[in-house]
Ligand binder design. Sequence first.
Ligand code: PFF
Length: 443
Amino acid sequence: MATTATTWGSRIGFILAGAGSAIGLGSIWKFPFWAGINGGSGFIIPYIIFTFTIGITLLIAELVVGRAGRGSALHALKHLGGPVFSVMGGIAVLTSFVILSYYSVVGGWCVKYLFDSLCGELVTNDPKVLQATFGALVGDGLTNSLWHFSFLTLTCGVVALGVVNGIERLSKYLLPTLFILMIVIMIRSLSLPGAMEGVKFLFDFSFDKLTWMSVLNAMGFTFFSLSLGCGIMVTYGAYLKDSTDIPNSSLWIAYLAIQTALLAGLMIMPAVFAMGQDPNAGPGLVFVTIPFIFSQIPFGWCFMILFNVCLLVAALTSSVSLLEVCIAYLQNEWHMKRISASILCYVGLALLGCVSALSFGVWSEVKIFDRIIFDFLDWFCSNIMMPLGGLSIALLAGWKAWNSTYIQVNLVRKYSASANSFIKFSLRFLAPLLVLVVIATGV
Ligand code: PFF
């Protein structure tokens, strides 16, 4: 069984690649509308708490398993846990593949919106036009599939270049650019009259906003947003040098993920409130409400372009991480070359993605558990597969391979006994318990 010899070029390169994976459509597309649907701070506060407790410990655990096991997610889990865990590793690879197939469809919408905003086509005073534009894109299977192919081409192109020359370089240049653009848009959004209502909506906390559902949703979102449970951080961990401090790097990744989600909220909600729009607009928030808002404000077209660049950058730095899980697997287990593995994945993902792309139009009648195929895959992966992946990592790193976990955590710097106890307690009891709750309510 081959193990990997590739390592990240630098620690900062790894942190940005890890943060790039975490910061994706989840942060910019899902977070604002989920915060909107779940009553703002009633969702945000639990999300921050979960991220800095179970989120961070599972992130540490995945990186630890990756570095101790080296190789693909399947190889690493098998190496540390034996045959049962190797099955879980295989499931993680499959989960990444399936997620990427539908993630890429949304990525395709981002490419299309960037293209349209560059052509000035999204500027209109009529929200119905934007609704119709979005409906036409999503409802037409062929158009939807073609944009999905375009996004997939970008993703496979970057990954085919390699870990350091492709993924690390992309994240190193694009992530700082993303932060700057988001800050510029946030300032513009906050400068609109009435914007403070949006800030209050996000951060004014009262206990009646905290519902059972908003807490559960926040827990599920923590998984999605930190890219946990589908082998990404295990795969990235395999490329870590022994001199990289895993807990410290994980803190940075979690911090950057939260900061970006909050920036996205501050970029979108103040503008939504200032323009009298509905914060509960759901998935259409960034593809319908935002273009409408930018159409109304001076130089809005310019901010619309910047906003769509942000969406595409975020989507791309995440999609490459999902693909890398599959590529590492094909390289390690099937001894394929990176280029051939990328081409094979391209073909498989293009086909599977078409199923999701068609599910908004001609196949919208096909329902699984009352959901169209796209929604079913998203629900199944986010609520069942990723939590299951998280559970197996917690059990492996917390129980079966605790000694390796301890060594890896303290390899660069000896952490205090209380920090180690917290990680152990969280992996052994807290994370499994909360993950089981997520799965039970998801089902
Ligand atoms: N964490 C990224 C996001 O929030 O968009 C990307 C992602 C990776 C999403 C893995 C889901 C996932 F399973």
